[in-house]
Write a protein that binds this ligand. Structure first.
Ligand code: CAO
Length: 475
């Protein structure tokens, strides 16, 4: 009986083994375009030499000013063919804003529109509409950040686009999502204020502050770029496009989520990591401005360094992280604080943060911010030197990684820009100059739409690609 059982078990295990062998021997999936479970065989080309992440994706870029262009610039760096549609004669309004070199596109424009092609089309001209319809059929994504309703007024409703090209993704930045403010025009600082950033930035005693980081515009552009890439991925499975919306208020709020966290924590008592707690100032109904307090559980503050009297950036952000408290005490010459119950634990230090940072500042003021950084990093104390834009522009390591790049431009000459901050080992970005207004109009009509020279001329003669003449404008 036992032998019979043994035999049976042996046979079963043999069967299992055969099964495993069979699975392992299965041929690798044939090279298919894409899709779940059908990944192509790993490329045999060296990393960085098999196209870019978004090679083959074509974007119809209707963006202007900052939020939308940030998004499409990122997609262009990732390899998408971005066709920027601009109003004839005028173009993106930023071409002529904050001009520093007369007659040349501004840095505002050039630094937000790298690696794109430009075509001028009057989107309200019947012939211009026809060209746009053809481009919609040839593109994968339409990105826009017009005022609410403007795209519809051009006749480019979702229904119209979806009918022409059901695979097209229509991505928009708007100031607000659906609701009471959905029709409002919005700029950067409006979004910072409406998204909760301004009310939580600045000092308690002062007014709300906007930040230098363009979290409303560039932040929302980043959100939209992620939405587009996800929609492209989903399209691999569903075969259809979709609408993608990134509202600036939502984007800012997403970046301020720690403040909504604190709003809810208020119910449980004062926010002990805010220096206001240590100063004995009562909390109100809403999250207060926290000055330079750290947003996390590690108390921090900005401290003066040597030269602060004349250099507005001779400061350092100092974090009194609990695991390195002993090292901090040794560095600043307060070794007794390591064991003194008044200072030894994070809880005991909370009500005394102002005094403690005052003492640390006496020490940081004896050195430059870079010397403080060197001393602190040697013992794992996290600190952040306040770097000026001048220092950042001159920093060799940022030039080396391509985060700060020098670009040549035919009308303005050489200028510095911020390159792609996302580094990928198999999709390497090169920063190409921004296009001149309408620089690629002919190229796009012939290469992308395949139009013959005679047809291109006919469209040109119709006035759909050029600025209306003065008398037409006046009429
Ligand atoms: N051909 C013909 N007309 C064109 C055109 C083209 N190629 N490109 C744009 N236009 C027209 C639009 O159709 C619109 O006309 P209508 O109002 O008659 O429909 C007109 O130009 C103006 O567009 P707009 O309203 O978008 O531009 P604006 O300067 O008045 O407003 C902004 C700018 C940014 C406030 C608004 O676009 C907006 O709120 N966008 C959404 C939020 C956003 O992205 N804000 C960030 C801006 S960066 O700080």
């Amino acid at each position: 009986m036992a032998r019979k059982k043994q035999k049976k078990a042996k046979a079963a295990s043999k069967k299992r083994a055969r099964k495993v062998v069979k699975l392992a021997a299965r041929k690798p999936a044939a090279k298919k375009a894409n899709g779940n479970g059908h990944l192509p065989r790993p490329s045999s080309k060296p990393f960085g030499q098999d196209g870019k992440a978004l090679t083959g994706v074509r974007i119809l870029d209707f963006t202007h000013v900052q939020s939308g262009p940030t998004c499409t610039q990122l997609l262009a760096w990732m390899g998408a063919d971005v066709i920027k549609v601009e109003r004839p004669g005028v173009g993106d309004i930023t071409r002529g804003q904050l001009v520093d070199v007369k007659g040349a596109d501004s840095l505002y424009f050039t630094m937000l529109n790298h690696n794109k092609r430009s075509i001028t089309i009057d989107s309200k001209h019947p012939q211009g509409k026809r060209v746009l319809d053809e481009l919609i059929k040839k593109c994968d994504v339409l990105v826009e950040n017009f005022a609410p309703g403007a795209l519809d007024r051009m006749g480019l409703t979702w229904e119209h686009i979806n009918k022409l090209n059901p695979r097209m993704i229509v991505a928009s930045v708007k100031g607000f999502g659906p609701g009471p403010y959905e029709d409002c025009k919005v700029y950067e600082n409006v979004a910072q204020c409406a998204g909760g950033s301004a009310s939580t930035t600045g000092f308690r005693e002062g007014p709300p502050l906007v930040t230098g980081a363009q979290i409303g515009d560039s932040g929302t552009g980043l959100h939209l770029a992620l939405g587009i890439v996800c929609a492209l991925y989903q399209r691999n499975r569903t075969g259809r496009g979709q609408k993608v919306l990134a509202a600036m208020q939502d984007g800012v709020l997403n970046l301020c989520r720690v403040k909504l966290r604190d709003q809810q924590r208020l119910k449980a008592g004062p926010l002990t990591e805010y220096s206001q707690y240590g100063e004995g100032v009562a909390f109100g109904a809403a999250v207060p401005r926290a000055g330079n307090d750290s947003g996390g559980g590690q108390p921090g503050w900005i401290l003066k360094c040597k030269g602060w009297e004349t250099d507005p950036d001779a400061y350092i952000y100092f974090i009194t992280q609990a695991p390195v408290w002993q090292a901090i005490c040794d560095l600043i010459g307060e070794p007794t604080w390591k064991t003194d119950p008044e200072y030894a634990t994070p809880r005991a230090r909370l009500p005394k943060l102002k005094q403690i940072f005052g003492r640390i500042e006496q020490w940081t003021m004896t050195m430059t911010k870079f010397e403080v950084m060197e001393k602190c990093n040697a013992v794992d104390i996290p600190v952040g030197p306040i770097l000026s834009m001048k220092e950042i522009a001159e920093e060799p390591s940022l030039r080396k990684t391509g985060t700060v790049v020098e670009v040549d431009h035919p009308t303005r000459g050489k200028y510095l820009t911020v390159g792609n901050p996302i580094k990928m080992s198999d999709s390497i970005s090169e920063v190409k100059r921004s296009p001149l207004l309408g620089e690629h109009t002919d190229e796009i009509l012939t290469d992308v739409l395949g139009l013959k020279a005679a047809v291109v001329n006919e469209i040109k003669n119709s006035g759909a690609l050029s600025a209306p003449k003065k008398e037409e404008k006046a009429a």
